[in-house]
Design a protein around this ligand. Structure first.
Ligand SMILES: Nc1ncnc2c1ncn2[C@@H]1O[C@H](COP(=O)(O)OP(=O)(O)OP(=O)(O)O)[C@@H](O)[C@H]1O
Ligand SMILES: [Mg+2]
Length: 192
């Protein structure tokens, strides 16, 4: 198991628990609760009484992209903290609080003011990630979580975050802004 400098901030009992992760343990120990994502490529588990989730990789070829992206983006406020991992196997990260923007929209639970704030923070996050050398090719409102009580988004799923070396352009941001609006419209129309 590899650990990051955030790992030592975890309670000792959790640190101990994380030292023996394998799929049998995740499936059989009731401390781990599966999060059922639709058509998930990874197997996601919540750890009881902690704000942590484990992503167990099922598609080995793409597995390490999540880990490498989280390491590159570690200092960004909109990115879950990475605590520990084993390459080609799993990672343990901060659980995003709140709910997916797609779900909130579908249930009619977002005001226009909130949506504007979410988009502003999202485009800021795109800037910061790009500056840290990563760009997400798999834009989805499912991958933006919104915590109303903290007035904060958090991004999840870094499987498609590719390395970039050049500076971000205005048209990259405009494209992201457009995609965001289009996805919002699509959900609002289908939920009517
Ligand atoms: N850090 C996190 N905090 C809270 N929930 C998370 C977190 N990471 C993942 N999840 C939940 O687990 C689901 C699947 O995770 P993720 O998108 O990373 O995996 P995936 O293998 O790409 O699955 P999919 O193909 O469904 O997108 C997410 O849609 C989300 O509901
Ligand atoms: Mg995903």
């Amino acid at each position: 198991m590899e650990i990051t400098n955030k790992f030592t901030e975890l309670p000792e009992s959790i640190q101990k628990l994380l030292q023996h992760i394998n799929l049998d343990v995740l499936v059989s120990n009731p401390t781990f609760t599966p999060i059922s994502g639709e058509q998930s490529r990874g197997l996601l588990f919540e750890i009881d009484n902690s704000s942590l989730v484990i992503k167990w990789f099922t598609q080995k070829a793409r597995a390490d992209n999540d880990i490498e992206a989280l390491l590159d983006l570690a200092e960004i406020e909109y990115i879950p903290k990475l605590y520990s991992y084993e390459k080609r196997s799993y990672l343990v990260m901060e659980k995003a609080s709140g709910s997916a923007v797609s779900l909130l929209l579908d249930h009619g639970q977002l005001s226009e003011v909130e949506l504007k704030e979410i988009k502003k923070q999202y485009l800021h996050a795109v800037h910061l990630c790009y500056a840290a050398g990563r760009f997400d090719w798999d834009f989805k409102l499912d991958h933006i979580f919104w915590d109303r009580s903290r007035n904060r988004i958090m991004l999840i799923d870094f499987g498609e975050y590719s390395c970039v070396s050049e500076a971000i352009t205005t048209s990259d941001i405009e494209e992201r802004s457009f995609e965001f609006d289009e996805d919002v419209k699509e959900i609002l129309l289908s939920s009517k």
